[in-house]
Design a protein around this ligand. Sequence first.
Ligand code: KIV
Length: 306
Amino acid sequence: MARPVTILDLQKMRDEGRPITMVTAYDYPTAKMADEAGVDLILVGDTLGMVVLGYDSTLPVTVEDMIHHGRAVVRGAKHAHVVIDMPFGSYQGGWRQAMKNATRIMKETGAGSVKLEGGQRSAETVRHLVEAGIPVMGHIGLTPQSVNQTGGFKVQGKTPRDAVHLINDAKALADAGAYAIVLELVPTALTHMITARVKVPTIGIGAGPFASGQVQVWHDILGMYDDLNPKHARKFANAGEAIRGAVREYVEQVRAGQFPTAAESFYMDERALELIRRMTPSADQDMSEAAQVLAELEEIRADSQP
Ligand code: KIV
């Protein structure tokens, strides 16, 4: 089995110009499928809150949620590096709070690193975590945990002022020791500039083709979540429709008496069956037979001993 991907491997891929692939996962079977398909990184994103738990933002997600789902993903990923999002409220209180929660996430899940949002404002926190031996992935551009400040899921860095701010955010994270930086909803040209100005990998989502790698949300690329339809998310399959179709067929076949068939059922010894019938008489049958039946059952048991 291939060894797990490390942050050094990711840096090497960036240096050699080999695109890095990352996808989200929130449970064991999904992680296993993503891993078997060969992704380099699996992100247990706090998008969990929206695509799995049904909230309308990522804000309600807790450290406990991330640990619960993170552990399942780590069990399913044998090769990919697993990175877990620090949820809203788990690090915004400063580096000490971040240290406590990041340490818990790392210890209790066995993941390879954590991710947190924010550029210059999070740099001090990133520095402390990295100094403590916790690899950190940054996340700038559209940062969904600040959706109440940014006023929605909008492309970031479109004015010269905002673009320079984003470039400085990326530099601050790289200087603080972040091993990679997610760029979410950033114009393609700006992604190109940021990627050329930092030495660590950039991972884009809605940031065009010039990042060192790409990340997408599992449910978006498989057509399993239609509450939002982000422009950047190509549907590589329509699994949602396939699943709905399969479940419809199951319901129809049960209702039509076509499922289960003999081939999908289990059978027992005819003699035992007859004894059971006698042991469980209907109300007007003689219950005195029961002792005799028990004796016969014992006999069957003895006969079937090796
Ligand atoms: O939570 C998440 O899934 C993310 C990706 C959108 C990058 O942060």
